[in-house]
Design a protein around this ligand. Sequence first.
Ligand code: COA
Length: 200
Amino acid sequence: MTDETKALMLTPADGPALAAVAETIAAAVGRREALGLTGPLTASGYREHVDRLLEQAALGDAGLGAVIDAHGNVLGTAQWTRSPYRTRRVLAEIDRVCVAPPARGLGVGRMLVQLVAGDAADHGVEVLGLEVRGNNHGAIALYEHCGFRSTGLIPNAVAEDQDRYDVVLMHRELPRPAGVRLVGSEPIGIGASAPRTLPG
Ligand SMILES: CC(C)(COP(=O)(O)OP(=O)(O)OC[C@H]1O[C@@H](n2cnc3c(N)ncnc32)[C@H](O)[C@@H]1OP(=O)(O)O)[C@@H](O)C(=O)NCCC(=O)NCCS
């Protein structure tokens, strides 16, 4: 990696980079890496997903990032998408974090996570969540390195052939605007309810 390596959010104008992102993801799925996708997946097939994501990005509800070297090669990619629940508009998910194998271990994954987290924050996201397969210890280490904390897991919910793996849930807080009240799980505010009390 050189000083000319760039981390940037992509737009429909970035045709060659978008094609390379699709190649990167299709190749990773071909290696059966843990991206939540199953093969066979062609780059052109994944490009349709990219185009839909960019439509969401134009509305401010998603973003597609890439790290690109001095020669224009895409070294890795990541995306964020806002929760579809309107009461959870401050929540987004980061996924499809993927670095090309020759570029791993050089800080590209960290650059991608920080890029995408920054773009989500710029669009009003206050909490970034993610799901990672329990056996993907390298990815979990990356997310911890980038400030994510585990908040739970769904046991043995990923199926690959006859094997079942945990889904580890992680999140990272982003800056919140002034005046926000953090109620958490207190039984107050909109939607609150009290548990029944039994007589006697
Ligand atoms: C997970 C992945 C994105 C990491 O990308 P990367 O560019 O190699 O990660 P970085 O070099 O930026 O690592 C930054 C930090 O994360 C941690 N980290 C990343 N990979 C790690 C690993 N395999 N083991 C231990 N720590 C790791 C380290 O703290 C590292 O800092 P250090 O190098 O100073 O020790 C990459 O291995 C990948 O694309 N894997 C396949 C796809 C995948 O599983 N994606 C995650 C889906 S949830």
